[in-house]
Design a protein around this ligand. Structure first.
Ligand code: F6P
Length: 743
């Protein structure tokens, strides 16, 4: 509307100017063309008179009226010539051609010298009259009268006038069109600039709106700054809890539908001793997302992998969970054996997993796996569409199993806010480029509105991969990628754990009880030193390096013989894959060798317990141990480190942490090690076991302050607040665009 008014402000004066110009120019042109035509007729009349005189003067013999009449008639053949006559000095008409109009008398035409012209108005219209001396023989005092029809002059003048008016109208239209086009282009530029501003793209490099829009742009900037500031204060003001996250979902996202997609389901129903039992999988992802889902009561879509899963769902494949306090819906997707083999074991875990983890295991890429991966991603996309109650739900896609899902979803639900969180590292472009379908993977992920990694380093690797392999616009300062007209914000959101409140912590068994339980389980005395490792039995976790460090520890510090045990709890995982079977075999063999080398009198330095532990058992192991050892060769975050810190409300125990985990970037008070460096790792474990109480407490206090504050609710809140901001922005820009289209 505003733009229309601006255009009118320019177009109205322009139209007035053009009318005035036409008003002055048209009569001027009329007069000018008439004068040109009259001059032309004067020349013609002179030419006719001269030719007639010339022809008559060379005739042999005496000039008679008869011979002259014949010559006059011949000269009068020109169609524009109305008539020729000869008048004597007494104004008597001696001769006239037949077409010479009645009513034009010699007395009317005057007595000129030399050739003279005038315009005579007659009943049949105006005529041009030219009079010239005859000057031949006996008729030398007579006058020649040459009449021309003026009607064709008037016709041509009228034609020229019409052309002139048409020219002015055309000019006016052309200028108006150019004006509207220029205004439209600058409007679009302004809209694009405003959208960029709203998205935060231009906060560092502000776009320059036209002067008349400056006010609006400044207001928008101020509003965004206020919102950001408010958000920053709100994020950091108080601790994040499930309750606060629930409030945020209701206020910022107005209770909009949240859909989570992951491969692993949060609750698995299986048959055990003729009964159906429910269990939680050993998955960091599930540990992290479950509290968020409890807070927002959304829908979680996952692969139904338990052998009793089908028996526990309703006809929509839904089951309400958690079983003891249902607060959200789990929608299960059924996969055939081939699909699970190709998509999960094949492409996800033999391809993507080793591709993204720098653990020196070669990725394997098979075309058939890739095709299943694509097919299963499409099946999950269809399920999201089926579960969506609105056209713009907030969809949280989890992990490397679903690299293609964001773009598939974007196609079906263009208004959805798609947040993809990549729970594992992202490699550098050289490593990533070995995947034969690297472009398809990037294209799929760029369907996300927000793409989250644990660390800035992984974000940078991703931006560099896109830069290397795709035709996309990347803004490094704002960490955004525009591909296919869609914007993806790439940002780090370090994941965390649920931080227990005082009531929950009070319900845990006492530290002494946990210490005794752990030592009893290991079959060692009460005063025995124990370090624990708690992992999935995965080659990325550095379990072999850890055992080598224990081996070196015992050799280097013999006083620990018989007094120390390293307990490795390793949850079986992906056991169908050769690589994992081989790894388990190697780890078991290594532990046996080390135990054989150092063991005596029933004591063994390493106890490898390859079993699933439930959450309570794991918490009890953490509380009962003197140290926790995390030596991943490469890990997106590693939540074991954070869980250990959360469990130690007694401020005791020490954490040995690999520098190659995302967690090491936050938990600087841990004993940070390079797990490939056996000497350093062995020394760090020794330091952890012998650290003074004061130092343990100081380090643990610092670690607990970080984890309690940056808990899983803050992780989710950070992403959801960004999503809410993005949705607000989209709505404002949609309004700007639609108001632009209505103009
Ligand atoms: O680390 C990536 C991850 O998806 C974790 O989030 C999760 O703990 C683990 O892998 C689960 O693996 P899986 O589902 O294959 O057992």
């Amino acid at each position: 509307m505003k733009s229309l008014r601006l255009q009118l402000r320019f177009l109205l004066p322009l139209a007035l100017l053009l009318v005035a110009a036409a008003y002055i120019t048209v009569p001027l042109m009329d007069r000018l063309t008439l004068r040109w035509f009259l001059r032309d007729l004067d020349i013609r009349a002179t030419f006719v008179a001269d030719t007639l005189r010339g022809n008559l003067s060379i005739l042999p013999g005496e000039l008679t009226l008869e011979t002259m009449q014949a010559e006059f008639n011949r000269a009068n053949r020109d169609e524009r010539l109305l008539g020729i006559a000869l008048c004597d000095s007494q104004n008597a008409m001696l001769l006239r051609t037949p077409s010479f109009p009645e009513g034009v008398e010699c007395s009317l035409v005057g007595n000129p010298a030399p050739t003279q012209s005038r315009v005579l108005p007659l009943r049949q219209g105006e005529i041009h009259v030219a009079v010239a001396p005859f000057n031949i023989g006996a008729f030398s005092d007579d006058r020649l009268v040459v009449l021309h029809d003026l009607s064709y002059v008037h016709r041509r003048t009228a034609d020229s006038r019409d052309y002139l008016i048409m020219f002015f109208v055309g000019l006016g239209l052309a200028i108006a069109l150019v004006t509207v086009l220029v205004a439209h282009i600058s409007w679009r530029g302004w809209v694009a600039g405003t959208r960029a501003l709203l998205r935060g793209e231009s906060l560092l490099k502000p776009f320059q709106p036209p002067p008349e829009m400056q006010g609006v742009a400044n207001e928008l900037r101020a509003m965004l700054r206020e919102m950001d500031e408010e958000r920053r204060i709100r994020l950091h003001a108080e601790a994040w809890s499930a309750e606060r996250l629930r409030n945020l979902l209701n206020t910022e996202l107005r209770g909009e539908q949240v859909i989570v997609v992951s491969n692993r389901e949060p609750y698995i129903h299986t048959h055990k001793d003729d009964k159906v039992v429910v269990s939680r999988p050993a998955s960091g992802l599930v540990t992290a997302i479950e509290p968020v889902m409890r807070a927002c009561s959304g829908t979680w879509i996952a692969h139904g992998s338990g052998d009793a899963d089908r028996e526990t769902v309703d006809r929509h494949d839904h089951v309400q969970v958690p079983p003891d306090d249902p607060s959200y819906t789990l929608r299960r997707i059924w996969l055939s054996e081939d699909e699970e083999q190709g998509y999960y074991y094949g492409f996800a875990n033999e391809g993507m997993w080793p591709l993204c983890h720098l653990a020196h295991t070669r990725p394997v890429f098979r075309l058939s796996d890739w095709e299943f991966y694509r097919k299963v991603n499409q099946r999950f996309a269809d399920a999201v569409v089926a579960e969506a109650r609105t056209e713009d739900p907030v969809v949280l896609i989890q992990d490397y199993h679903f690299a293609l899902l964001p773009a598939m979803l974007r196609e079906k639900l263009p208004n959805a806010t798609i947040i993809t969180f990549w729970h594992i590292p992202w490699p550098n472009p050289e490593s990533f480029g070995v995947c034969p379908w690297h472009q398809e993977i990037l294209r799929g992920m760029l369907g996300s509105s927000i793409l989250g990694f644990h660390t800035r380093f992984h974000c940078r690797n991703f931006l560099e991969s896109v830069d290397r392999f795709m035709e996309a616009r990347i803004r490094l300062e704002e960490s955004t990628i525009t591909f296919d007209g869609e914007l993806t914000q790439v940002k780090n959101y370090p994941i965390s754990i649920h931080w227990p409140d005082a009531e929950e912590a009070a319900s845990w068994p006492a530290i002494d009880t946990c210490r005794s339980a752990l030592r009893k389980r290991l079959g060692v005395p009460e005063d025995h030193l124990v370090a624990v490792g708690v992992d999935r039995f995965d080659y990325t976790k550095g379990i072999i390096e850890r055992f080598n460090a224990v081996d070196r520890l015992i050799s280097k510090y013999p006083e620990l013989r018989g007094r120390f045990t390293f307990a490795q709890f390793a949850a079986p995982t992906r056991s169908a894959l050769d690589e994992y079977q081989l790894f388990v075999h190697q780890a078991v063999a290594l532990a046996e060798r080390i135990n054989k080398r150092h063991g005596r009198d029933g004591w063994q330095p390493i106890q490898l317990i390859a079993e699933n532990q439930n959450a309570e058992e794991v918490n009890s192991h953490y509380r009962g141990a003197d140290a926790c050892v995390v030596t991943s060769l490469h890990d997106g975050m590693n939540l074991v480190a954070k869980e250990f810190v959360a469990a130690r409300d007694d401020l005791r125990g020490a954490l040995v942490l690999s520098e190659f985990t995302g967690a090491a970037r936050e938990l600087e008070a841990a004993l940070i090690v390079n797990p490939y460096d056996v000497e350093v790792t062995a020394d760090a474990i020794y330091k952890a076991l012998t650290m003074s109480r004061e130092e343990q407490a100081a380090r643990m206090r610092s670690l607990r302050a970080i984890v309690s504050e940056d808990n899983i609710y803050r992780w989710a809140a950070n992403m959801l607040l960004d999503a809410a901001r993005m949705r607000r922005t989209e709505r404002i820009s949609a309004r700007i665009v639609s108001s632009g289209e209505m103009r």
